[in-house]
Design a protein around this ligand. Structure first.
Ligand code: GTQ
Length: 350
């Protein structure tokens, strides 16, 4: 007895009929939906700051801050154009503001920070606190806090914006509001949160409210430098990331925001890092120095102020190519999200 042959599913219209019913057949999607390893959606990318800077200045000349609201060039990963992400869950942009310009007050549910690249004399007002900016400072704007920027100094001021909007948007949790005033009125003394909280392990005990994000408006470069100088060459640091220090939330000792961890890394002259991969996605900004980062066998040669992306599960290692000068990298990642969800894995490559 011969078995009746099954109808050839691929030649009839059954899948179109299912599609119209909003139904899919798992057997046709199994390997896409359950890849053996994280698919490389985000590509490793390097942005040369020297190439971007002329465009920043050109738009500063030709586009008013009122028109733009924020004058920012977005660093978009070629593998993630549909979401304007720089890497999974994260975004980086370069913002420029000129003397006398006021960037409109607004707020959004996405968390944000700024890492100051060049210029002086601007401040951002975050929830009524004016936070003054200098190169190397890290400024936080946790989700839903009003923020606006003003430049009262001279010359253009530029900084790196880091936001988690690709994650927030993917969760359909994005909200946005314009303030009814262009600029917020100061409600507390300038830089109050940094003055109160920055002193090592001394927290102000009278402040009872514990926020999910760090209450510190600014982690000044002077403090970062003081830490590096104190550690000096007494410690060798991590074999992968060098003398890597994490900016912390004083309430928890953990990451500065629930979705983003921020670090600063000093790679000593001639540093050759060990190779590793992990499931956190990282964005690196070169504070100063020259080096090479090898990502999945692709070599990226970086210099002052460049930006570089290391996607999830990409193998990477850092080299400081100078024999005389330190390299300093500012790094942020989605590690807190990946760890909170139990999805963190790492592997040291030997
Ligand atoms: O400065 O508030 O790069 O709201 C993207 C969104 C900067 C800002 C960005 C923003 C800002």
């Amino acid at each position: 007895m011969t078995a009746t042959p099954k109808p050839d599913a691929s030649t009839d219209t059954v899948y179109d009929e299912l599609d119209a019913l909003h139904v899919g057949a798992l057997w046709r999607h199994l390997s896409n939906l359950f890849p053996a390893q994280p698919p490389a959606r985000a590509l490793p990318v390097h942005w040369d700051y020297a190439k971007l800077r002329p465009y920043m200045l050109r738009f500063a000349d030709s586009l008013s801050i009122e028109e733009a609201q924020r004058r920012v060039l977005m660093l978009i990963n070629p593998g993630m154009r549909d979401t304007s992400a720089t890497v999974t869950g994260l975004y980086a942009g370069i913002q420029i503001i000129l003397p006398g310009e006021q960037a409109q007050a607004h707020r959004h549910s996405a968390n944000a920070f700024r890492y100051i690249i060049e210029g002086s004399g601007a401040y951002t007002t975050v929830a009524g606190e004016r936070v003054h900016m200098s190169p190397g400072d890290l400024l936080l704007t946790p989700g839903w806090q009003w923020h606006d920027h003003y430049h009262e100094g001279e010359g253009p001021m530029m900084w790196l914006d880091g936001l988690d909007f690709p994650l927030v948007n993917s969760l359909d949790t994005a909200f946005f509001e314009l303030h009814d005033q262009t600029a917020q009125k100061p409600a507390v003394p300038d830089d109050l949160s940094s003055l109160q909280f920055i002193h090592g392990r001394l927290n102000p005990s009278w402040i009872g409210e514990r926020s999910a994000s760090s209450p510190i408006g600014k982690y000044p470069w002077a403090e970062t430098e003081r830490a590096f100088e104190a550690i000096a060459d007494h410690a060798t640091g991590s074999e992968i990331d060098g003398i890597s220090l994490e900016y912390t939330n004083p309430w928890t000792g953990g990451p500065v925001m629930p979705t983003m961890a921020c670090r600063i890394q000093r790679l000593v002259p001639g540093f050759r890092g060990a190779a590793r991969r992990h499931t956190a996605a990282t964005i690196l900004h070169v504070v100063r120095g020259q080096g090479t980062t090898v990502v999945n066998d692709q070599e990226f040669h970086w210099g002052d102020k460049d930006v570089l992306v290391v996607p999830s599960w990409a193998t990477y290692r850092h080299v400081n190519t100078s024999r005389t000068d330190d390299a300093v990298l500012f790094a942020y990642s989605n590690e807190p999200v990946v760890k909170a969800l139990g999805l963190y894995r790492e592997e040291l490559m030997r």
